[in-house]
Design a binder for this molecule. Structure first.
Ligand SMILES: Nc1ncnc2c1ncn2[C@@H]1O[C@H](COP(=O)(O)OP(=O)(O)OP(=O)(O)O)[C@@H](O)[C@H]1O
Ligand SMILES: [Mg+2]
Length: 498
């Protein structure tokens, strides 16, 4: 359960918050003044504070300053009325997590609370390097006895104490974020804030302003000054996730921060100093990105001084049983208070699998298997189909039935060609998809796959002036499939000419 503390001198606001957060996963406490809020902190131990800027007695900014001294890792969201944004900007400089303009809409409030709680967890949930696996309470930790992981643990210990920039590389789901948090928690900055930014999830033109802030009027839409993450996170640690997707112009600014500790806000002249430790991560092959001129060579060398590489799970299969048991215990007891266990056969099946989604995929498989298992033991049949079929040896994945090429289909000739979609995507497609996916998973109510499919179909028809044969060829599907998609999405061919 997450604990939320509201500090506001208006009783109406207390009432609204009680109604909005009347949910089993949130415990709410309210204080009517800054003084009362500060008194409550040590007793209530909130995960998040939401506070009005303008209050009788000690004002919001002064209260914020004191909260930051008491606990710099506690995210504080400031509420401010229109016309008092300057105070909100001051609050951001003092390290407030974010601010909310009043009056606000409930979904907006909930969204910002969810984000802030996530940040709060990232700072506070202790990550144990090599957790005690037999303990009654399972700690969140980095599990692994393989020599590759032992090497990772050693490096985490060695670099944590210094302020060195660290580059963490590895495929998706190998534990990069976990390692970043472990480094932070074992560093001298552990009591200061930790901010994670996913460079791939923020549109290119906004990333620079997110990181460094901007001045009022520096571009259309910049209606007020904005304090960026580097300024806000002074003395703390910034985790630049997916740094391989960072635009070149932003890379230049990052290099300067790393070398000189200075930057300017977008559209600003004032040079700002920030004392921030940077931990970066990527699942891209950065050397290749340097060759392709997508990544600055000097920045690469600057980052690469301390590098921690997380090998894919298939290269440390000895860790699979350990990880599987850890996740099983972490999921806890079932409704009858019993812990499930893994059958030897299930372990063998898991150990043989390639785990393209790495540790994250294994965790999901275990979660699913515990739901599927009827008894106390997880059997191979409770594991996802793709995991089970891999042990059959020769055919790792059930291939979809072969389809005809567009040309053949249009001519009515069925050809037994292999489905090209079974092959791995070219790197560009993989990169675009990764960016799109990173963005899409932050969007609520977006059905990304149909949305993308629809837009691709529309584009192909526009490009070809509505010629379905050509459009299908561009899309790499049959004309029949194209027609089905057009029907599904309600795209009429005559409309596409306009
Ligand atoms: N060695 C490990 N021990 C325990 N849990 C792990 C380990 N490695 C990864 N996990 C878990 O797997 C999941 C994915 O890890 P994480 O988010 O750190 O991966 P990532 O490398 O950042 O992935 P991505 O590139 O997709 O962002 C998390 O739930 C994490 O807790
Ligand atoms: Mg990650």
């Amino acid at each position: 359960m997450d604990k939320l503390l509201l500090i506001d001198d208006e009783a109406d606001m207390h009432y609204s918050f009680r109604r909005i957060f009347d949910t089993p996963d949130i415990e709410l406490a309210t204080a009517s003044s800054g003084e009362e809020g500060l008194r409550l902190l040590p007793r209530f131990k909130p995960d998040l504070v939401i506070m009005d800027i303008r209050m009788g007695g000690m004002n919001g900014l002064e209260t914020l300053r004191r909260i930051r001294i008491a606990d710099a890792r506690l995210p504080v969201i400031m509420m401010t009325a229109y016309g008092t944004t300057q105070a909100a900007i001051e609050a951001m400089k003092l390290g407030a997590y974010d601010y909310l303009l009043k009056p606000f809409e409930v979904p907006k409030l909930k969204e910002i609370v969810t984000r802030a709680l996530r940040a709060s967890h990232a700072m506070r949930q202790v990550i144990a390097v090599e957790p005690e696996l037999d303990a009654e309470d399972v700690e969140l930790g980095i599990v692994g006895r393989s020599s590759a992981m032992q090497e990772v643990f050693k490096l985490v210990g060695q670099v944590a104490g210094s302020d060195a920039t660290v580059l963490i590389t590895g495929e998706s789901g190998t534990g990069k974020e976990l390692v970043a948090r472990a480094i932070y928690q074992n560093s001298r900055r552990a009591k200061q804030s930790f901010v994670a930014i996913n460079c791939a999830a923020i549109p290119e033109n906004l990333l620079e302003s997110e990181l460094f802030g901007h001045e009022k009027g520096s571009f259309t839409g910049a209606t007020a000054q904005r304090i960026g993450r580097f300024e806000q996170c002074h003395r703390g640690t910034i985790f630049l996730d997916e740094i391989g997707d960072m635009p070149l112009a932003t890379q230049t600014k990052i290099l300067r921060v790393l070398q000189a500790g200075t930057f300017e806000r977008v559209g600003g002249n004032e040079t700002i100093h920030a004392d921030v430790r940077v931990i970066a991560a990527t699942n891209q092959h950065l050397e290749r990105a340097v060759t392709d001129r997508r990544f600055r060579e000097d920045l690469f060398y600057r980052l690469n001084v301390v590098r921690i590489h997380l090998p894919p799970l298939r290269e440390r299969r000895d860790d699979v049983p350990l990880l599987a048991n850890y996740f099983l215990r972490k999921l806890g007891k079932d409704s009858r208070g019993r812990r499930k266990s893994l059958s030897d056969a299930a372990v063998a099946v898991m150990q043989a699998f390639r785990w393209p989604g790495n540790v994250r995929e294994l965790e999901n498989a275990i979660r699913r298997a515990t739901v599927m298992a009827k008894g106390d033991t997880v059997l191979p049949e409770n594991l996802p189909e793709e995991v089970r079929s891999a042990t059959a040896g020769t055919a790792p994945l059930p291939r979809p039935p072969a389809t005809a090429t567009p040309e053949a289909q249009d001519a009515g000739i069925p050809t037994p060609a292999a489905d090209p979609s079974a092959e791995p995507a070219p790197p560009d497609v993989a990169q675009l998809a990764r960016q799109l996916f990173a963005w899409a998973k932050e969007q609520r109510d977006l059905r990304v796959l149909p949305a993308v499919e629809r837009e691709l179909v529309r584009n192909a028809l526009l490009e070809t002036g509505g010629n379905q044969v050509q459009a299908a060829r561009l899309l790499g599907i049959t004309r029949a499939t194209l027609r089905k998609r057009m029907e599904k999405f309600g795209i009429r061919s005559e409309l596409t000419f306009q």
